[in-house]
Structures are given as structure tokens and as C-alpha cells.
Design a protein around this ligand. Sequence first.
Ligand SMILES: [Zn+2]
Length: 170
Amino acid sequence: MIKREFSRVKRQQADDLTDPYKTALEYKELSVCRRCRSIYHDKRWSIDEKLYKSLLKDAGKVNYTLCPACQKIQTGYVEGVVELEGDFLFKHKEDILNLINNTEKRANYIDPLEKIIKIDIDDQNEKIILTTTSENLAQRIGKNLEKAYKGSVEYSFSKEDRMARVYWVR
Ligand SMILES: [Zn+2]
């Protein structure tokens, strides 16, 4: 499994809503992310096993890089925070973590830039906090939890730090 690391980095200013990690770098066509193996092709990132294998046939020419999501993971640039709490949560911890991981897997397959950065499990306070590389993924996790387990969920979005927060309790 890929180790997830977290550290805070300074955020950009409030009125600049472009994603610095998407625009800061120009990627070469058919660049390959060395961490998640997604491929930059036709101006977007995607997971394509077939293409990946065909690129490896000429391995010397593969242009390895880090995709924007893996860069965010490396620098701890968080765009979504999901906080989970409650007795029910801890009684069903394994199932709930499975649902979260499956939500990521599905989102990631469609758009490899949607990833979970880190999951912190606080057994003592019965809390789970996870961070994501995209606002969408944080919100989707909240929606899927509500759909599967009811409970109560709150969403907030802060323009200042371009961060979506989701709070689910049951
Ligand atoms: Zn990557």
C-alpha cells in the first residue's frame, strides 16, 4: 500500500480559484505518474493499463513525473476534509472504511486526480478524519455514507482556503 503523508502547506489567496497543481506545470503528452501510474494523454490524466503496458515496451522513453494529485499528497495540499464521529461509526468501523475506500477507488478510476491523502483513526475519541485531494471526493464520501448508513451530514466550503469540509455523525 502507498504510504500517506500529511503536512500543511501555505494556501493561495482567496480570490484565485484555479488549482495551482493543475496549472503550475506543463505536462508532456504521455507522461506517466511514477506513484499512481496514471497517464497524461489528450490533456487529461487517466488510468489506462493497456496504454501503460504499451508505453513500457519502450521503457527508456517513458517520461516519469508526479501527477497533480500525487504532488498534493506529497506536499500535504488538502482540498477536502471529512470528519466522522459517533458510536455507530466505531461499531461499524470496518464496513465504513470499506465504503470510503471503495468510493475513492471508483472516483479514482474515473479521475485519477481524486485521491484520499490520509485517514486518521482516533480510537480514543471515536473519530475518523480523512483528507482528500479534491472537494468532490470529500463530498461524495459524505453522500455515500448518508445513503448507506443515514446519520446526519453537513457540508461546508471555504473559498479562503479552497477547502470542502464534510462532517458526518452517527
Ligand atoms: Zn499520481
